[in-house]
Ligand binder design. Structure first.
Ligand SMILES: Nc1ncnc2c1ncn2[C@@H]1O[C@H](COP(=O)(O)OP(=O)(O)OP(=O)(O)O)[C@@H](O)[C@H]1O
Length: 261
């Protein structure tokens, strides 16, 4: 399939803009992303920065107010074309509480029109990998937060998407499951899938991301490899992505306060 691109553009020049406005709130603006295949892209930003709005645009769930974005060569305006290529784990996985995990996954496989035998095999392997096989015939309503999260992750992965969007994937997971998620993400990138990872857990990003983008007030304030970002600031001691994040977002806060004076 060649290169994978996620472009979300906005500029004063109205011919190239992608922005998401909620009535009078500009959630995402001046954002241009181009992410090659096989990349783990860490998407960072303070609360309310516009990360979820960006992901919702890229996963066809919400239309950009203006501009354009392409996933695997398809416009996000074309849900039917984009859908087979993407998997999405939102902060609250969309699950039917009255179903069991196996029923939920089989229902989703049906909606996606996946080949039955191969999908069952893959789902069983994922249930094993995430230590969920023994509970997979119990109703989701009886699951802990972590078990629901694992079901959501398997649901996002089971059709082998080219591009996987993960919003706080390790939320609620115990250390073993969180490690399985990190290893799974790294394995997917090795197989040439692209993972778009939004999380506030910066050590996870530092460990597995190839590139990092920092969003603030709907705009990208920095982008690069984790090393290139940590090299940007001189703290006198070794800096971490957390130092970079705090520095950048504080700088952006000051700049915004200065501009509005
Ligand atoms: N449905 C909505 N209606 C109105 N405003 C919204 C809606 N969704 C998001 N917003 C606003 O858009 C901005 C960006 O929100 P978004 O959820 O994208 O941020 P985020 O970076 O994902 O935040 P968090 O880290 O807290 O999840 C915020 O100002 C938020 O209040």
């Amino acid at each position: 399939m060649g290169e994978f691109f996620a472009n979300v553009w906005y500029s004063r020049d109205r011919s190239h803009e992608a922005a998401k406005h909620y009535s009078d709130t500009v959630a995402v603006q001046d954002l241009h992303l181009s992410i090659p295949r096989g990349t783990v892209y860490g998407f960072l930003g303070p609360n309310g920065a516009g990360k979820t709005s960006t992901i919702r645009m890229l996963t066809t769930l919400t239309k950009p107010t203006s501009g354009e974005a392409k996933i695997a060569g398809h416009s996000v305006e074309d849900r039917q074309a984009v859908s087979p290529h993407i998997g999405y784990l939102p902060e609250e996985p969309p699950l039917y509480e009255e179903l069991t995990a196996r029923e939920q996954l089989s229902y989703m496989a049906g909606l996606r029109d996946l080949p039955e035998e191969a999908t069952t095999e893959r789902v069983e392997a994922l249930l094993d990998r995430f230590d969920l096989a023994a509970d997979a015939d119990n109703r989701i309503s009886t699951y802990s937060k972590g078990m629901k999260q694992k079901t959501g992750i398997i649901q996002a992965l089971m059709h082998e998407p080219t591009v996987l969007f993960l919003d706080e994937p390790t939320s609620g997971l115990d250390p073993r499951a969180a490690r399985t998620v990190r290893e799974t993400i790294a394995g997917l990138a090795d197989e040439d899938s692209t993972v778009f990872l939004s999380t506030h857990i910066l050590p996870v990003v530092e460990e597995i991301a190839d590139r990092v983008g920092v969003l603030h007030d709907g705009s990208l304030v920095a982008e690069g490899t984790p090393d290139s970002l940590t090299d940007r600031i001189e703290t006198g001691s070794e800096s971490s992505l957390e130092d970079v994040f705090l520095n950048l977002t504080t700088e952006a806060e000051f700049a915004a306060a200065g501009a509005s004076r």
